[in-house]
Every structure is written in C-alpha cells, then in structure tokens.
Ligand binder design. Sequence first.
Ligand code: M6P
Ligand code: ZN
Length: 189
Amino acid sequence: MYPTHKQIIESGLVFESNTGKLRGDEIIEVSRYLKDLKGIFEDETKRAQLDQESLIYQVQMYLPEETGAPGGLYFGNTTIFPGKVGNEYFMTKGHFHAQEDRTEYYWGIRGKGMLILMDRNGNTWAEKMTVGSLHYIRPHIAHRVANVGKNPLVFGACWPSDAGHNYNDISKNGFTARLKEINGKPQLV
Ligand code: M6P
Ligand code: ZN
C-alpha cells in the first residue's frame, strides 16, 4: 500500500474546486430524501404531504481512517437542493459531534446558504455561507446548513475521524431557532 522509495505517484483523489465534487475509488456517497427527514422540519404535517422521494441533499465523503481513529481527518462535500417545507428552507439534519469537543471546517463552494450554529446554553445563530466563505465550527457547537438560494448549495467539510455524529439531541429537541423565509428573506425565529 505504501509507495516505494523515490517513487512518484498520483494521489488517486480529485477535488474539483469549481464544483466541489470528489472523485476517487474510495469516495462514499449518501443521499437524503424527504422521507429520511422525519421530524427535522417544524411543519411535520407539511413534510409528510410533500413527495417523499424528493432528493433534499447528497453527501460525498472520503474516510481514509477507521471510524473513531484519533488523529485522522475526514473530507467531504454536501449539496443541498433549493426548496422549502412551508417557509422553512431545505437543510441538513444537523448534529453535535459524538466527541463533543471535536471541531470542523465548512466552506462555501456554490450557491447561497446559512450555517446554523447552537451552543449548549441554547443560543442559536447563523453565518452566511457564500462562494468562498470559510467557517470554523468550535467545540460543543451543533451545526446544520440550509440552502437559502434558488440554485443548489454546495459546501465542503473537513472533520476529525474521531468526531462522530450525535443526531439524537437534535432529533429530540431541535435547534432553539428555525431559519425561515419571512418577508422574502431568511430569518431565525
Ligand atoms: C458535512 C459533514 C458531514 C455531515 C454532512 C451532512 O459534509 O459535516 O459529517 O454528515 O455535512 O450533515 P448531517 O450529517 O448533519 O446531515
Ligand atoms: Zn460535524
């Protein structure tokens, strides 16, 4: 698996900087449909009435170390399609890290979004995500991203291989504010 001394090789991995797409043999892809997002949006009745096969977001991931291994870095991207459930924008499930002090970088590649952040005291705020914006997610901060534009939103992510995902707290209690379109613009309410 390791190259020999003085060998020059290709990495075998490509990150397309304009689209954010990852290419390589070991890239994993996950698709989230509306049917996978039960309880994520405020208006669950509305979510259940919409086409359950609608693709809401897709994730590409490169996970070169074993899950939970200390010291490794995972790399990925997420594409969120434009749309809303009622007046709440399409968004990721959102999570704390299972090892809560683990951090993460997100960066905007395409489209317009909002990175919604929440601390353990229940304060929720958001950072505007645009092409080229860079976001550092601090320890103990839950994070989710919403697409607030008319085109697909693509963002990159890099996180520690021992971070893990804690979805339970979010599926139980949600974030303490929701990002909705009010008078034509995104607002946390
Ligand atoms: C980013 C990273 C991934 C995460 C994905 C989707 O690419 O943070 O770890 O899985 O976004 O977010 P979520 O898991 O909250 O649906
Ligand atoms: Zn994360």
